[in-house]
Design a protein around this ligand. Structure first.
Ligand SMILES: [Zn+2]
Length: 168
C-alpha cells in the first residue's frame, strides 16, 4: 500500500513537471500556432490569411513594408483612433499624427506604452526598433528618435497594419 502511494505521488509530481514544461515551450515558441497565453491573440497562418487581405497579411504577419506614399493613411488627417488591423487593439490617436514626409503614417506617441512592444531589429543592415502590437504580435512598423516634440519620437507605421475609427 505504501509503495503504491509512493509510486502515485511520483507519477503526479512528474506529470505536473511535464505539463509545466509543455506550457512553457508553448509560450516561448511563437511559431507554435495553437499556443495561447493570458492576453495574447494567437491564430494559425490560415486563420490570419482568411481574415486579412494579402497586403495586410504580408505586412503584419511577415514583417513586410508597404511602398512609401501608397498607404491609405499617409495623407489622412481625420479625427479618430487607429486600431490594429488584426485584433482591434487601440494603438494611435489622430491627435498625435503628423506629416513626416516619409511616405508612411507617422505618430509621435502611441495611445499607451502597453499596447505596443518594441524589439531591436538589425535587418537591412540598419539598427532599428521594430514596433509590434502587444496583443497579437502584428508587425506595425518602426520607431525612430527624429520625431517632433513633446516626445522626439517618430512611430513610422504601415497603413495596412491600421484601421481608422472615426471619433463619434
Ligand atoms: Zn493586434
Amino acid at each position: 500500500m505504501r509503495n503504491t502511494l509512493y509510486c502515485l505521488s511520483i507519477c503526479l509530481a512528474l506529470s505536473i513537471v511535464f505539463s509545466c514544461n509543455a506550457q512553457h515551450s508553448n509560450t516561448d515558441a511563437s511559431s507554435s500556432p495553437l499556443s495561447t497565453s493570458a492576453n495574447k491573440i494567437v491564430k494559425t497562418e490560415q486563420e490570419w490569411r482568411a481574415q486579412l487581405t494579402e497586403e495586410q497579411y504580408r505586412i503584419t504577419r511577415e514583417k513586410g513594408t508597404e511602398r512609401a506614399f501608397t498607404g491609405e493613411y499617409d495623407k489622412f488627417y481625420e479625427d479618430g483612433i487607429y486600431t490594429c488591423v488584426c485584433c482591434s487593439n487601440p494603438l494611435f490617436n489622430s491627435d498625435t499624427k503628423f506629416d513626416s514626409r516619409s511616405g508612411w503614417p507617422s505618430f509621435y506617441k502611441p495611445i499607451s506604452g502597453t499596447q505596443i512592444d518594441e524589439h531591436a531589429d538589425g535587418s537591412l543592415g540598419m539598427i532599428r526598433t521594430e514596433i509590434t502590437c502587444s496583443k497579437c504580435d502584428a508587425h506595425l512598423g518602426h520607431v525612430f528618435n527624429d520625431g517632433p516634440q513633446p516626445t522626439g519620437l517618430r512611430y513610422c507605421i504601415n497603413s495596412a497594419a491600421l484601421i481608422f475609427n472615426e471619433e463619434k
